[in-house]
Design a protein around this ligand. Sequence first.
Ligand code: UT7
Length: 319
Amino acid sequence: MSRFSDGPGARIVGLGHYQPARVVTNDDLAADWGVETNDAWIQERVGIKARRFAAEGETTLDMSVAASGKALAAAGIEAADVDLVVVATLTPPTMLPNVASQVAARLGINAPGAFDVNTACSGFSYGLATAQHAITAGASKTALVIGAEKLTDVMDFQDRTTCILFADGAGAAVVTASEQNGIGPVYWGSDGPRGEVLNIDDDGYIRQEGQAVFRWATTALAPLAKQACERAGVDPSELVAFIPHQANVRIIDLIAKRLGATNAVIARDIVESGNTSSASIPLALSKLVERGELPSGGPALLFGFGGGLTYAGQVVTIP
Ligand code: UT7
């Protein structure tokens, strides 16, 4: 089988992230929001120690712009050279105009293709694949792919089974055409008949049947993540990093084990950032790269899963 990095294609050339200033610990949730919970339960069942909440007026758009500016700087690419902006989010500040065209306007990107993607927690992998497809089809040359959420807008602080999980933040990647491909074929899919277990209710708040989602994540997903490796011609043991959606440390560790990512750095950004849905993968990846914890040029598996139910993953080369 040929390897994903044989021949021309697209690759990630820069990453950036943004997290709001406000750090909220598990004890803060109990003390300041009156949530009937405790630090020990959250750490044991989910693995979260703290998360970030956006300021009142701070939006998904603001966080997208901040993360994108850093990704462009890391890539050494001018905003004017970007010709496609894709924003994965389920919390746009407005449905119309979309977030992507507003990010472009704020960054001074002139007349790019600009669209939002909503596949919840798998959104970044869907967005990245779509940008890759546009580049390899010759429709675009330089894309900005963003995952950004202000989940505090859709969190019910009376519901302790969800409000302890979610948080705000953004991550962005600059993707360009490249002589050597650095993005493997996406493996994506969905399970719509089971979508009810995770939804935004009529009251505007996110709800989930936690155990049903947990069972799905820990039984169905490892073989699907393996498919993404197979499509790239990479054995899981060759991965230098596994960056799954940050939903629960127990889920992350079980998928990593069943996948056989034996030599990979496993992203566990959820510990300090909570679950930021479509932002969680680019946020975790950008932080690991910034801290110098991943070898440049190595293969890493990104794998998103969640609302829909949807999933998507691809092997990428670390920039
Ligand atoms: O990003 C989208 C994808 N989402 C996910 O992947 C989430 C998947 N699900 C999960 O990660 C887990 O199911 C949760 C973290 C949401 C819940 O953990 P769990 O181990 O499945 O807990 P549980 O729902 O079985 O609840 C166990 C106990 C219950 O008490 P009893 O009935 O045993 O007395 C709950 O009432 O824990 C109680 N509980 C809490 N206690 C303290 C539920 N929430 C809390 C809380 N603090 N926040």
